[in-house]
Design a protein around this ligand. Structure first.
Ligand code: GDP
Ligand code: MG
Length: 609
């Protein structure tokens, strides 16, 4: 990952020596995706002179190639700025639901958050979700309406919505244009006035929360930390409270936004520590860094993050297995949420079962493996995890169809359900309801955010909303509706394993766990799709979708008819017949011994959707 490297020049550091804690403000910008967080951060970087004008570029803090291309923020990014006598530590965050973990980790490192709302969109699902996270941390919220320059901006409506949501006066809401730089200093002033200075004690033993990390081949694991108490400098010996691992610090410093060495970091600062450690597990995100021998209590860490969608990756060229293994290990160094374990399957060879926070997360990892490591992969169909209770009363979670025990071993199968929140303009409510009717669901609540816009709450099986529900919602509402979800619990469900037989042989990569209600539809769709994409063979190929030996749907790919008689013009009928007979025999033979050769693209076409 091409996150910002170490800053070579040490000149700037003198500016930041020995900071008075009273002058520190730590804050994030949170919002729905695209409401202008990274653009507002740009204006801050300019006003504070953190980045020189000639080095400035749009969404400066989006440093990964993929972020710049897709125009979205994927990773949190801290930066330290100086404004008058104040030191401002800002963390820019992503807005997409898949990257909420980045937001929650950022929020634990700060005292306040700017809540940004696009005046042409109003409050969206992720505005609410991120606001709730900030409120859970008791952060000071600074409400800001952005994009007031847009001709279709509904500034006063948005102000009203936000003031009702936060139960505050309309005049306490700032109105800005991050793009044009309107009223930006008002935001900085509000940050300084409203957000409290950190309250740690510099004289207490060291306590620092690790909220992110990267790996540097020279300096080892570099922990991004919020120092809560005490102080720390290079060559101090530290201990990771949970892992118990000790390390001699190689370097400490701050984000400019490049990693920039300083002499010391102390209570109240957002900073980094280069630990020299070679393994990420020894210096985990969420762990507390303390001085060795100190009896310091841990800081509250983070809820353990659980992947919600799983898929297997197989290298398209089987000799790339080791490359895939190394690449995943490297990606994990900068992405604590990525999980994987080895797996193998007939036809595809050796690969990995991977867990992701959502489909965008999956897509981004896939894209990075392709670009950064030149890996062409076969991906199995994405699935959620399931809870199984077997006849011996053991309860366990499975994330691969292969791990589903035989039906006679199972007492109960459960699937994950999610709390779903959708915000939509009234005029699209009909379309949204229709879409919801297409999935299993349980209605919860309706709230009006304004006379024109409504928040509806449902519960639904994660499986039904995770793959393409969001796309459908966007399409059916011309992009006006937004949604967020959070896994709630596991509920009893009638689940079966659907297998695909191609010419009588089970092809594991196409197996999936399916709800009985969806079984027929899914089985039919799958064999139909396979029929479209598997090339014709010299013999008929039966495609069967089966559950426990019972065929649910079938298709046949008819044989490619090589016209061997073509060159025999004229009426030599007997010769022609002989040839056809011979061909028939040949076909039989092929079918008997033959396994259908399925090209890699078929897997990609079927599974990648
Ligand atoms: P983020 O996802 O919240 O970080 O949003 P970005 O900062 O990446 O901005 C998303 C899009 O909105 C970009 O195309 C920006 O140029 C645009 N944008 C941001 N702020 C403004 C604004 O004040 N006015 C207008 N017209 N566009 C803006
Ligand atoms: Mg952004």
């Amino acid at each position: 990952m091409e996150r910002l490297g170490f800053l070579r020049s040490d000149l700037v550091n003198s500016l930041f020596m020995s900071i008075n804690q009273q002058n520190i403000r730590n804050f994030c910008i949170i919002s729905h995706i695209d409401h202008g967080k990274s653009t507002l951060a740009d204006r801050f970087l300019e006003i504070t002179g953190t980045i020189e004008q000639r080095e400035m570029r749009k969404q400066f803090l989006d440093t990964m190639d993929l972020e710049r291309e897709k125009g979205i923020t994927i990773k949190l990014q801290p930066v330290r700025m100086k404004y008058n006598e104040y030191v401002l530590n800002l963390i820019d965050t992503p807005g997409h639901v898949d990257f909420t973990y980045e937001v929650s980790r950022s929020l634990a490192a700060v005292e306040g958050a700017i809540l940004l709302v696009d005046a042409s969109q109003g409050i969206q699902a992720q505005t609410l979700a991120n606001l709730h996270l900030a409120q859970e941390q008791n952060l000071i919220i600074i409400p800001v309406i952005n994009k007031i320059d847009l001709s279709h901006a509904q500034v006063e409506e948005s102000v009203k919505e936000l003031s009702q949501l936060l139960k505050i006066d309309e005049k306490d809401i700032l109105r800005i244009s991050a793009k044009q730089g309107t009223n930006i200093e008002q935001v900085l002033k509000a940050v300084i006035e409203k957000i409290p200075a950190p309250k740690g004690n510099i004289k207490d033993p060291l306590r620092a929360l690790i909220f992110d990390s990267i790996y540097d081949s020279y300096k080892g694991v570099v922990a991004f930390i919020r120092v809560v108490d005490g102080q720390v400098k290079a060559w101090d010996r530290i201990k990771m409270k949970a892992s118990g691992k000790q390390a001699d610090i190689i370097e400490v410093g701050v984000f400019r936004p490049q990693l920039s060495k300083t002499d010391m970091i102390q209570a109240g600062e957002v900073a980094y520590i280069a630990t020299g450690l070679k393994e990420l597990d020894q210096c985990r995100v969420g762990d507390t860094i303390i001085s060795i021998n100190a009896k310091t209590e841990s800081l509250p860490g983070y809820k353990e993050i659980r992947p919600v969608v799983f898929a297997s990756f197989y290298p398209a060229e089987t000799d790339n297995h080791d490359l895939l293994k190394d690449s995943l290990a490297k990606l994990r160094l900068s992405d604590a949420a990525l999980q994987y374990e080895p797996e193998s399957c007939e036809g595809l060879g050796r690969g990995f079962r991977c867990g992701f926070l959502g489909m965008l997360h999956l897509e981004i990892i896939l894209e990075r493996l392709k670009r950064e490591y030149n890996l062409n992969l076969v991906v199995t169909s994405p699935s959620v995890s399931y809870q199984i209770i077997d006849k011996k009363e053991n309860s366990f979670i499975i994330s691969s169809p292969e791990d589903l025990p035989e039906p006679n071993q199972i007492t109960e199968t459960k699937e994950p359900w999610a709390d779903l929140e959708i915000i939509a303009p009234n005029r699209y409510l009909g379309q949204v309801m229709k879409l919801l009717e297409g999935i299993r669901n349980e209605y919860k609540d309706t709230q009006y955010l304004s006379p024109e816009r409504v928040l509806i709450k449902y519960q639904a099986p994660l499986n039904e909303i995770i793959i393409d529900f969001y796309d459908k919602l966007k399409n059916t509402t011309a992009g006006y509706a937004s949604m967020s979800y959070e896994v709630a619990d596991y509920r009893s469900a009638d689940l079966v394993k659907l297998d695909i037989l191609i010419a009588g042989e089970k092809t594991e990569a196409f197996s999936r766990i399916v709800h009985k209600q969806r079984l027929e539809k899914e089985a039919r769709a799958l064999v139909k799709r396979l029929k479209e994409v598997i090339p014709k063979q010299l013999f008929n190929v039966a495609l069967q979708a089966v559950v426990g030996g019972k065929v649910i749907a079938r298709e046949t790919i008819s044989a490619m008819r090589k016209d061997v008689t073509g060159y025999l013009y004229g009426g030599d009928y007997t010769r022609k017949k002989k040839l056809l007979e011979k061909q028939k025999k040949g076909k039989k033979k092929m079918k008997a011994i033959g396994k259908v050769n399925i090209p890699q693209e078929v897997f990609l076409k079927v599974l990648r959707k």
